[in-house]
Write a protein that binds this ligand. Structure first.
Ligand SMILES: [Cu+2]
Length: 101
């Protein structure tokens, strides 16, 4: 049956896409804290490439929102960090933030 073949093809394609997205999100990005704005829940990071956001440039400095302002208490200006960021309706948001090595 043709319909079944097409359905199977679409299913395997979407599985591949989901796996790809999961892999991109799992990759932690290296960064360095430049500025912290706890009141606004924002942090300025100089960061390496962020594959899941199509940012291939190295050494780009920009402001990120943080998902939870408490994240900002774990880091200070000058710290090397690792993070994960996602594009959200309110802007690019950091979903994970930890001190790097
Ligand atoms: Cu950037």
């Amino acid at each position: 049956m043709k319909t079944n073949k097409l359905a199977a093809m679409l299913l395997s394609l979407s599985v591949t896409l989901i796996a790809g997205v999961a892999f991109a999100q799992a990759a932690m990005v290296n960064g360095e804290v430049k500025k912290i704005d706890e009141a606004a829940g924002k942090v300025t990071l100089k960061h390496g490439p962020i594959k899941n956001l199509d940012m291939d440039e190295d050494g780009m400095t920009m402001v990120f929102r943080v998902q939870d302002p408490a994240m900002l208490k774990q880091v200070k200006v000058g710290d090397k960090v690792q993070f994960e960021a996602e594009r959200a309706t309110a802007g690019i948001t950091i979903t994970k933030l930890q001190k790097g090595k």
